[in-house]
Write a protein that binds this ligand. Structure first.
Ligand code: FAD
Length: 360
């Protein structure tokens, strides 16, 4: 009998599952991808797009083309709830899709609920990225909230864009902790000095508590003027798992086992930012892991559907990060090792271009 596998969200792991399906279709399984945009935007290319190094099509995968080539149905919809026992999902437009097996790779959100009615912008889900950045990078004093890898990198890319286009003004970066708080202090210090030298104004250890049309306020009472705010203050869970009664961590990310199956339901799988691995609850919400989970997710979906044995995914203990710092230079970090050079950018460009070429 024909079974139905639903892939919800076109995140990194699902791109890999779809690519593999092109090579090796699952027998007697109808596969559908549900995602709200025809394109999947790749965050590794966001900095290069922002600065003006890459064009629109360099940054995105056309999901219609990818799924057509793999014999997967593409449904352009946002999923709202899952009914795990009844094996159905409900979309935002109230349409319902039944399934035998389902997998989630829907990423994370970034704008906190209490900031939703302010002028703060978000680039999550990632199809929001282009419109938001196109607007923000043209303004005088764009302010980024969040001093993690994403906030720091985009602050430098906007600054580089402004220099290229001779747009006056200065980028502002406000961080509730030190920059790159998860990295060793020495690495944060290096990045902070680099960013400051570029003329970006940085406020570390200042939490933004209010956003107004032309200024923000921090917990310490500082008022900082802006011409647009982009919120990149860390990953927030989509409410779908909480509202569907799925087991989740304290932030709302669904718990998965090492096999990438949900804790409570073996017929539901998940990967990427939207899940928390019960065995590695502190694993960063980072594309590196979403990419590495892809091949394991593929194997496990295939084996689950054919009653084979499932594999365990084991994350690497340390991940390499390269932040683009503008003008084709990169800041490479791996544990305590750092390097700021054109070579680092070239390596990042190579990794990102190879990733995108796999799905074109
Ligand atoms: C500027 C920036 C730079 C970054 N750089 C790096 C980096 O260099 N290295 C790194 O490791 N990480 C980086 N990250 C983090 C990285 O982007 C995320 O960790 C990664 O995108 C998560 O991938 P994912 O597969 O979980 O989901 P995503 O890539 O976010 O994809 C989620 C998909 O699900 C879809 N979707 C969302 N909600 C629904 C729904 N309800 N129903 C159906 N579909 C849905 C979305 O449209 C999207 O297609 C960066 C982030 C930013 C913002």
């Amino acid at each position: 009998m024909l079974k139905r596998l639903l892939l919800v969200g076109a995140g990194h792991s699902h791109l890999e599952v779809i690519r593999k399906l092109k090579e090796e279709p699952f027998p007697n399984v109808e596969v559908c991808l549900l995602s709200p945009s025809t394109y999947q935007y790749y965050s590794g290319m966001f900095s290069g797009y922002t600065e003006g190094l890459y064009g629109l099509d360099d940054t995105r995968v056309n999901l219609k083309e990818l799924t057509d080539a793999a014999g997967v149905h593409f449904v352009k919809k946002m999923v709202d709830r899952v009914l795990p026992e009844r094996k159905k999902i409900v979309c935002k437009d109230r349409s319902v899709y039944p399934f035998d097996v389902i997998s989630f790779d829907i990423g994370s959100r970034s704008l906190p609920h209490d900031m939703e009615d302010t002028v703060a912008r978000t680039i999550k889900p990632n199809y929001e990225f282009v419109d938001q950045i196109n607007h923000l990078r043209e303004t005088h004093n764009p302010l980024l909230v969040g001093g993690g890898a994403a906030g720091s990198e985009l602050a430098m890319s906007i600054q580089a864009y402004k220099e290229r286009k001779q747009i006056p003004g200065q980028v502002r970066l406000v961080s509730a902790n030190r920059l790159l708080a998860e990295a060793p202090k020495r690495v944060s210090k290096k990045l902070e000095s680099l960013i400051t030298k570029k003329g970006i104004q940085v406020w570390e250890n200042e939490r933004v508590v209010e956003i107004h049309e032309h200024h923000i306020k921090t917990e310490q009472g500082n008022r900082i003027r802006h011409t647009g705010v982009l919120w990149l203050g860390g990953a927030i869970a989509d409410p779908i798992f909480k509202s569907s009664g799925i087991g989740h961590d304290e932030r709302g990310f669904a718990y998965v086992k090492d096999t990438l199956q949900f804790e409570d339901y073996t017929h539901i799988f998940g990967a990427g930012d939207c899940v928390t691995m019960s065995s590695y609850p502190d694993l960063a919400k980072s594309g590196v892991y979403a990419v590495r989970q892809g091949p394991v997710l593929w194997e496990n979906l295939k084996n689950y559907l054919s009653e084979g044995e499932l594999k365990a995914y084991q994350p690497q203990s340390q991940a390499l990060y390269i932040l683009s710092t503008g003008h084709k230079k990169g800041f490479f970090t791996y544990g305590l090792v750092t390097n700021h050079s054109h070579r680092a950018w070239k390596l990042k460009n190579k990794i990102d271009t190879q990733f995108m070429n796999k799905y074109k």
